[in-house]
Design a protein around this ligand. Structure first.
Ligand SMILES: NC(=O)c1ccc[n+]([C@@H]2O[C@H](COP(=O)([O-])OP(=O)(O)OC[C@H]3O[C@@H](n4cnc5c(N)ncnc54)[C@H](OP(=O)(O)O)[C@@H]3O)[C@@H](O)[C@H]2O)c1
Length: 324
């Protein structure tokens, strides 16, 4: 069987995303065949495309999708044809109409969650869940700093932090993004291109610094994040949209106030089947109780190149999806 897909034959800029027809390999015992109804666009897709996170070539990019099971392998018991499902922790390969993947990486999709919302929130929402509950456990009243507060993960993270009762301080690239972040629970926004982030955070925390920084920007925000933390604060470095940060000597963490540093990944926090299902249930529950999934950008799968240009150029807010 053939399917429409975006393939990367060599790493590089958005122009290496090539639309073509590819053959889907024979379904294995433990796999299911899915028809994607919506595909999530995530910054990690850019790291794969440009080679910062190297993958064997050629590959079909994309971690996230939502759709319908069309066929099951002989050994699959938990799913059947026609089931609505979503996924974001399997191997790459979601930029396509049909794909096969291991059944144990699927999340059953409740009827009250649309395919588009699922593709816009599963990866970003599961990330927010483990960041605030497990990589560091945020408590009510704590002061938290996050970068890219109006981005895909940022918009969900702001809402989650607000739900816990934390004070949310977020950096953003424009006044429009500041408004957007505020609408989603960010108490204080900082325009990092105009304001001194460390000074504003110091003022907002009476000179104490924040308990935790969620930094997904990496290279350009690293020192700022370090200098915004209070004593024994947590530096959660979970992305590198601006490039990989330089290595740090352990003594620096001591000098800055006995800080903790972690570089977590979603795949490690949802590695076991029960972790994945539990985290997804927590996310869907929050969705039912008011989590806003903001799909601000929709692109046809054929326009994946344009979608990558937008995301990479900081022109997006909230979530983006591709429609195959
Ligand atoms: N470790 C994990 O488990 C995990 C899981 C999911 C996502 N992530 C990471 O979380 C981050 C957010 O992902 P996302 O898909 O939701 O993307 P996003 O936040 O919607 O987009 C990235 C944002 O980063 C900011 N940014 C600052 N400097 C940038 C630069 N030089 N180039 C590009 N963007 C820059 C921009 O916001 P401003 O204009 O406001 O600065 C931009 O809109 C990414 O770093 C991603 O890798 C990590």
């Amino acid at each position: 069987m053939n399917t429409k897909a975006i393939t990367v034959y060599k790493t590089g800029g958005p122009e290496v995303l090539t639309l073509n027809e590819v053959e889907i390999s024979q379904l294995q015992q433990h796999e299911v065949l899915i028809k994607n109804e919506a595909v999530g666009l995530n910054f990690i897709d850019i790291y794969h495309r440009n080679g910062i996170n190297p993958l064997l070539l050629p590959f079909i990019p994309g971690f996230e999708g939502a759709g319908v099971v069309e066929k099951i392998g002989a050994g699959v018991k938990a799913f059947q044809e026609g089931d609505r499902v979503a996924y974001c922790t399997a191997t790459v390969g979601s930029y396509c109409k049909h794909r096969s993947l291991p059944a144990d990486k699927l999340v059953p999709l409740p009827d009250d969650v649309s395919f588009q919302d699922a593709a816009a929130m599963l990866l970003k929402g599961l990330t927010a869940e483990y960041l605030v509950h497990r990589a560091y456990k945020v408590h009510p009243m704590e002061k938290v700093l996050l970068h890219a507060a109006a981005g895909g993960v940022g918009t969900i993270l702001c809402q989650w932090l607000k739900k816990i009762g934390a004070t949310v301080i977020g950096t953003v690239g424009s006044p429009e993004k500041a408004e957007f972040a505020k609408k989603h629970g960010c108490d204080h926004t900082i325009l990092y291109q105009e304001e001194d982030v460390v000074a504003v955070v110091s003022e907002l925390t009476d000179g104490q610094g924040v308990q935790v920084v969620y930094d997904s920007v990496g290279k350009t925000t690293f020192d700022v994040s370090l200098n915004c933390l209070g004593r024994r604060g947590y530096f959660v470095c979970f992305g590198n949209a601006s490039g990989l940060p330089d290595p740090i000597p352990p003594m620096l963490l001591a000098q800055k106030g006995s800080l903790y540093f972690t570089r977590p990944r979603l795949v490690d926090y949802c590695a076991e089947r029960d972790e994945l299902l539990e985290a997804a249930e927590t996310l869907f529950e929050f969705y039912r109780k008011g989590l806003k999934v903001e799909i601000e950008q929709k692109f046809a799968l054929e326009d994946a190149e344009q979608a990558h240009r937008y995301l990479e150029s900081r022109l997006t807010k909230g979530s983006s999806i591709l429609l195959p």
